[in-house]
Design a protein around this ligand. Structure first.
Ligand SMILES: NC(=O)c1ccc[n+]([C@@H]2O[C@H](COP(=O)([O-])OP(=O)(O)OC[C@H]3O[C@@H](n4cnc5c(N)ncnc54)[C@H](OP(=O)(O)O)[C@@H]3O)[C@@H](O)[C@H]2O)c1
Length: 323
């Protein structure tokens, strides 16, 4: 178990994942947290990172900082996605090791798996085929991060572990109208349709593709659980192990939002990959299960959206919602 006296650095604590990890740690009584905003500490800057670690000497590190974005941004700014993420990983892992950190947890993503990986995707699928071209820059950097953790463990015995979360959602998500993931994008679209009295909400594709969604508070629970219990060079998937069709998701969101119009699927639009689901049997064998049902998670996320509309996050306009 993490000793409450240990100093814990959560990198990226203002992001969706980092903020949830901080909430989780605080709710479990861990108060010795070190947090820095990007303006206080730019993780792409090697000198700043190295100095920070030497001064603060944290015991544990959750690396939840990354340059994250959708398909459009990945396509437009491949250098930024590759370079920033490689720099963040290299700087943080190296400085953590050199300053005597006991354990580091690296957050990857399910996009590291090959485009045509058999479903559900097992950890052993890593590096068995070509990546999805649209976010390959980001995925390549994440794969390098995984291998960096493995290399530091192999060469120096540094306890660095890598988690691969599925699609996440929850409080603090990006609800930008176009540049957001499918779940927050639909929540906002149904909400606006309800307010405007629109007769229908249009969704691209057939609604048949299936996707997995994990509440970010469940991810944070798993992250703390694995920080306590997992000590292995192999990556480990974090998800629910179940998926829903986009149609089922849309109907759930419609119900939660209370939108009375109809849903119209524009079947002339592309569907994307038919199914994306993680195999979570290794995580389940360790004794971890998600606790937040999708309907409940959507309801609390909608409540958060309503309460925080004035300060919602959003980036470049014109980017399509990622499924
Ligand atoms: N969201 C998902 O569905 C999902 C799914 C699977 C895996 N993940 C993984 O989880 C991790 C976190 O993702 P997220 O969704 O929480 O992303 P996010 O909300 O965009 O948060 C990323 C955080 O990193 C910080 N950051 C970025 N560049 C930085 C830099 N140069 N120096 C210091 N801080 C920097 C950001 O700071 P600012 O606030 O200043 O931008 C932000 O706080 C990523 O590794 C991602 O791959 C996410």
């Amino acid at each position: 178990m993490i000793d409450p006296a240990q100093k814990i650095y959560v990198a990226g604590h203002q992001g969706l994942v980092g903020a949830a990890i901080v909430r989780r740690l605080q709710s479990q009584g861990y108060s010795n947290l070190v947090l820095r905003t990007r303006s206080e500490l730019d993780l792409t800057n090697q000198d700043q990172v190295s100095q920070f670690f030497l001064q603060e000497k944290p015991d544990l590190v959750f690396l939840a900082a990354a340059k994250v974005g959708g398909i459009w941004a990945n396509d437009m700014f491949p250098v930024d996605f590759l370079q920033d993420n490689l720099r963040i990983e290299l700087n943080v892992v190296e400085a953590a090791y050199r300053s005597g950190v006991n354990k580091l947890q690296f957050l990857g993503s399910s996009c590291i798996y090959p485009k045509l990986a058999p479903q559900p995707m097992q950890e052993s699928s890593l590096l068995t085929g070509p990546l999805e071209p649209t976010n390959q820059w980001y995925a390549a950097a994440k794969i390098a991060g995984i291998m960096l953790c493995q290399a530091y463990r192999k060469q120096y015995g540094f306890d660095a572990i890598s988690l691969m979360p599925t699609n996440l959602y929850g409080p603090g998500d990006n609800f930008h109208a176009e540049n957001s993931h499918v779940l927050p994008a639909l929540l906002r679209r149904f909400h606006e349709a309800k307010l405007s009295g629109a007769s229908d909400v249009e969704i691209w594709g057939t609604g048949e593709p299936r996707r997995e969604f994990l509440h970010v508070d469940d991810l944070a629970d798993a992250a703390v659980f694995l920080m306590n219990s997992y000590c292995d060079p192999e990556i480990i998937n974090v998800g629910t192990g179940t998926d829903v069709s986009i149609r089922e998701l849309a109907e759930l969101i419609q119900e939660v939002v209370g939108y009375r119009g109809s849903i119209r699927f524009d079947t002339s639009r592309p569907d994307g990959t038919p199914r994306k689901l993680l195999d979570v049997s290794r995580l389940q064998e360790l004794g971890w299960q998600p606790k937040i049902a999708l309907r409940d998670g959507i309801a609390t996320t909608y409540r958060w959206f309503l309460d925080n509309q004035s300060q919602l996050r959003g980036v470049e306009a014109g980017e399509p919602a990622a499924v």
